[in-house]
Design a protein around this ligand. Structure first.
Ligand code: BG6
Length: 508
């Protein structure tokens, strides 16, 4: 990260020129970033490292930004800094400069005293900065059960005083509720306290490089325009696989399950970008309007187009009940009722404790009519967008096998980021999304009506699972998941290619 040989402050120019290029509104004045839940896992593993990366690249400047950690534990400033240090990678002098920006305030999440103290500290810093414009960014690295009370405290005690130019913004993390009603209740509670333009609901998949590339790919390439529809595409898979189980978080996971943890948010956001119509412009509201429309066009899920699984050993976790029916694997077919997609299944599949770790979108095209090469059995054209690891996109093609014979084989056109962009560091999702929040760009955040539409799709299925009407079938950890899921994919039209494996190219 820090191998550029210059100090974070001298790397600042990159930010200035970038803001000019993007014609961002010039937002100046001192910036206070307040991480609530500062001593928790999310803050240590994601929030602070993302802030450090932004600092290291010159996006956050000493003198313009101050970071406040807030939590219940009784800690000193140095105590918090030491807890965080181990999660940051960088040159010791850069790390120390960054850590000096952090101040700790302790207090509870539901009474005013701690928040008054917090507000005093923020104001003290703002007054000493004398910029006249105050920006306050609250990051809730907390369980959603305390969102309403914490937001109320922020609203009551910690808002940017209306007498000053600037803003107050709040970042919240999933899970946003457990079903449509609870999500709507939470939205209503937060909606009473903050305007929609102040709320940033993070889905970190929207911060991933290749997810952000989806709109460019689809709408900036003539090649795809005529192909991206029911006439040419047979089926689309959006797949998330992890090769580890719920280690250490079984108790949390058991209340949610894989559909709430991954499919209803991360995979559904990817689905929106793959399936939505072209937005009027790149304005966040135009993009989010199209996402809502495609979500509203999804038909009710049919139970015969769902496979649920639970890996053997999941219930050995003492925090998981012995009779748990919580799925750790699910494959769900979505059908979109519109002109572009009628009849094309979108298979959203996610699983824990499988045989590999990857996330990808696999667009499978229809067979070529009139197969004069008799190559149909070798496999169909596929366009694969590998979100992680080894970011890439590749197009699986049938080509002539080099040699004297007129024989065909499967090959690929491959854009592997590791090869093509050798010296480019791909930013972490959180880093990008925090920067977007500072800039006031809500494009990659989930709007309230989008969230509602997402819950509308999954709530009936989730209620059936919760009521035990749909059962999870067992599967072996380290396997592909239940065989029923492969059978479902085949039934709805996916044709698996045998004898061809894409191998991510490596630098020699
Ligand atoms: C989180 C889920 O939102 O995403 C975790 O709660 C999951 O269960 C994680 O492991 C996956 O994120 P990534 O970025 O590693 O794919």
């Amino acid at each position: 990260m820090s191998g550029t040989g210059s100090s974070p402050s001298s790397r600042r120019n990159s930010f200035n020129s970038l803001s000019r290029d993007l014609e961002l509104p010039s937002e100046q004045g001192c910036l206070s970033i307040i991480v609530l839940g500062a001593s928790g896992d999310l803050a240590k593993k994601k929030t602070f490292p993302a802030l450090y990366h932004l600092f290291d690249q010159g996006f956050l400047q000493s003198g313009e930004v101050h970071i406040f950690g807030y939590a219940r534990s009784n800690l000193s400033d140095d105590g918090l800094r030491e807890r965080i240090r181990g999660y940051l990678k960088g040159a010791p002098e850069d790390l120390s400069e960054f850590l000096q920006l952090i101040k700790y305030v302790s207090g509870s999440y539901d009474n005013g005293e701690g928040f008054e103290k917090l507000n005093k500290e923020i104001s003290k810093y703002e007054e000493s900065n004398q910029s006249g414009s105050y920006r306050r960014l609250f990051y809730l690295a907390l369980p959603p059960s305390v969102y309403p009370s914490v937001c109320r405290m922020i609203r009551t005690y910690c808002m940017n005083p209306s007498s000053h130019p600037g803003w107050t913004r709040v970042i919240v993390e999933k899970p946003f509720g457990k079903d449509l009603d609870s999500a709507e209740e939470l939205s209503a509670q937060l909606g009473e306290l903050f305007e929609e333009h102040q709320l940033y609901r993070i889905d970190h998949y929207l911060g991933k490089e290749l997810v952000q590339n989806l709109l460019v790919l689809r709408f900036a390439n003539r090649l795809f325009l005529p192909l991206w529809n029911r006439d040419n595409i047979d089926n689309i898979q959006i797949v998330f696989r992890e090769d580890f189980g719920t280690e250490g978080r079984g108790g949390y996971f058991d209340q949610y399950g894989i559909i709430r943890d991954i499919i209803q948010n991360h995979l559904l956001q990817v689905f929106c970008l793959v399936a939505m119509e072209k937005p009027v412009s790149l304005k966040p509201e135009h993009i989010r309007d199209e996402k809502v429309k495609v979500l509203q066009s999804v038909n009710p899920i049919k139970c015969e187009e769902v496979v649920l699984g639970q890996y053997d050993g999941y219930k050995d976790d003492p925090t998981v009940p012995d009779d748990s029916n919580t799925p750790t694997f699910a494959s769900v077919v979505l059908r979109v009722h519109n002109e572009r997609w009628e009849g094309v299944p979108f298979i959203l599949k996610a699983g824990k404790a499988l045989n590999s770790r990857k996330a990808e979108v696999r667009v499978q095209f229809k067979d070529v009519p009139g197969d004069i090469f008799k190559c149909k059995k070798q496999g169909r054209n596929e366009f694969v967008i590998r979100l992680q690891p080894s970011e890439a996109m590749y197009m699986k093609l049938t080509v002539k096998k080099p040699g004297l014979e007129m024989a065909t084989e499967q090959s690929e056109l491959d854009l592997s980021y590791g090869m093509r962009y050798q010296n480019v560091k791909i930013p972490e999702a959180y880093e990008r999304l925090i920067l977007d929040t500072i800039r006031g760009d809500q494009q990659h955040f989930v709007r309230r009506d989008e969230l509602k539409a997402a819950w509308q799709i999954f709530t009936p299925l989730l209620h059936d699972i919760d009521a035990g009407k749909m059962k999870a079938v067992p599967y072996q950890p380290g396997s592909r998941g239940p065989k029923e899921a492969d059978e479902l994919s085949a039934r709805v039209g996916y044709v698996q290619t045998h004898g061809y494996i894409w191998i991510p190219p490596t630098l020699a």
